[in-house]
Design a protein around this ligand. Structure first.
Ligand SMILES: *[C@@H]1O[C@H](CO)[C@@H](O)[C@H](O)[C@H]1NC(C)=O
Ligand SMILES: *[C@@H]1O[C@H](CO)[C@@H](O)[C@H](O)[C@H]1NC(C)=O
Ligand SMILES: *[C@@H]1O[C@H](CO)[C@@H](O)[C@H](O)[C@H]1NC(C)=O
Length: 265
């Protein structure tokens, strides 16, 4: 009989232990969940703060990155002018891409203002926001949720200049230094889905067709992704219907040392 009572006591004790154990497990798990929820909303709040730091009052940052401007400086100058116009049409902040060896590309070492007078360019485009490549880099590094990115390539029919690659090579274009996030790897393939074909040059550049082309381009490039990487190998400015292209003004130190300017490029 006594044995039996002891056995019952033991069973009770055992059940109590199991019960307590479950409560402990529940509490630990509950706290973990709370911590996860807290850190999740914290990163979103922090990303908003980071965006505000780099993009002003907007809690959202939307960038246009012409990461590889075609041709040498004299032509790259008017190409970049077109890209600023495009950024204005799309309400995107344009990244002032780095410069070196008379070229404008993300692989270069010097900041944009080594070649160009950014204050004067801002006066030419009062509605456009600008960010340096370095600050853009810092933005991508600081963000908790890495910015979603999309790549578009613009071509024209019969363009003698065509890309020698069928996909965006992040490393070769020095885009791997930025903490960007692509929704899927297909976005890096350069095919009809990611390419915008303007048609033959003689057609899209006439005044009325160019106006239609601009409407179309805005529709095709009005994407939700925070970073729009864009590239073309066109030999001409994109928007002839918007008037003649003005030359982007050079940095003061280049103008002052005109004799040495060619060395700088
Ligand atoms: C850009 O902003 C202007 C003015 O706020 C607006 O009219 C236009 O539709 C916007 N364009 C795009 C592509 O969002
Ligand atoms: C960008 O980040 C680097 C490294 O964190 C820092 O040294 C640099 O000052 C930052 N640049 C700007 C312009 O904030
Ligand atoms: C896509 O490209 C292929 C060739 O790569 C072509 O045959 C096809 O017609 C194109 N599709 C569209 C919708 O343009």
């Amino acid at each position: 009989m006594k044995k039996f009572i002891n056995f019952i006591k033991f069973i009770k004790f055992f059940i109590l232990i199991i019960f307590l154990w479950n409560i402990i497990i529940y509490l630990i798990h509950f706290n973990e969940e709370k911590i996860i929820i807290n850190s999740k909303s914290k990163t979103l709040i922090d990303d908003n703060e980071i965006n505000q730091k780099y993009c002003g009052i907007n809690k959202e940052c939307k960038f246009l990155f012409a990461y590889h401007v075609p041709e040498q400086e004299t032509s790259a100058n008017f190409h970049f002018y077109s890209f600023i116009q495009l950024a204005e049409l799309l309400n995107r902040t344009i990244i002032l891409v780095n410069v070196q060896h008379s070229r404008l590309s993300s692989c270069n070492k010097f900041p944009f203002n080594f070649y160009y007078n950014v204050n004067e360019i801002k006066k030419m485009f009062p509605n456009v926001n600008f960010i340096t490549q370095q600050n853009f880099l810092n933005w991508t590094k600081e963000r908790y949720n890495k910015p979603i990115t999309i790549h578009k390539y613009i071509k024209q029919e019969g363009n003698p200049l065509i890309l020698n690659t069928n996909h965006l090579e992040l490393k070769k274009e020095c885009l791997d230094q930025f903490d960007l996030k692509f929704n899927n790897n297909d976005d890096l393939i350069i095919n009809n889905k990611t390419t915008i074909n303007l048609g033959p040059k003689d057609v899209w550049r006439t005044y009325s067709n160019n106006i239609l082309m601009i409407d179309n381009l805005i529709k095709l490039l009005n994407v939700k992704e925070e970073v729009l990487l864009i590239r073309h190998l066109l030999p001409v400015p994109l928007f002839p219907s918007k008037g003649s292209v003005k030359k982007l003004p050079y940095a003061n130190h280049l103008i002052e040392g005109t004799n040495h300017a060619s060395d700088q490029f």
